[in-house]
Design a protein. Sequence first.
Length: 195
Amino acid sequence: MIRSTLWYGLGFMAALGGSAFAGTAADADFGRTGWYVGGGGTYAVESFDRGQARGSIDVGNAAGLRVLGGYRAHPNLAAELDVDYLPSFGVDVDGHRVGHVSAIASTLNGKGYLTTGRVQPYGVAGVGALHAVASDSLGLRTSDATGFLARFGGGVDVYATSHVVVNLESSYDLPTGDVSDLRFVPITLGAQYRF
């Protein structure tokens, strides 16, 4: 009973919101070219390669922030620069916290939009760099490294107005070189402003 009431309530709110936007939808060009900026909260699910390490190593997930800016050059294509800041993947060995790894992932991405209406699913691929810093439990830096990073994923943009976009994106970040073991899946809920 409670569950069905909740679904009816959410449906009613969606219908109300849809009617509020109906007047502007016909006039808006959601696939127009131009600049945009944005940001959001990121939750990175670790998939670190621990190799053949001895003992029980547990690496936690990390919450962080994303900032981005880009240019939509065609109704179905855009290019953007984004930076993810992930301050703390906790590292436990045999149940004891021994430190954490922080990371900054910066990529230049290409985005391909499947549609150009109010709801726009897209694919994203990018290249860049990952800089990681390992610290011990006292917060003292123990090592740092930088390597090449490839990013593949997808998401959806939903236009609240012709300028304000809410989006959800998930990707797989695949670093190489000295940081090749630090793979993770960032999931970002954010917003953008289209100029």
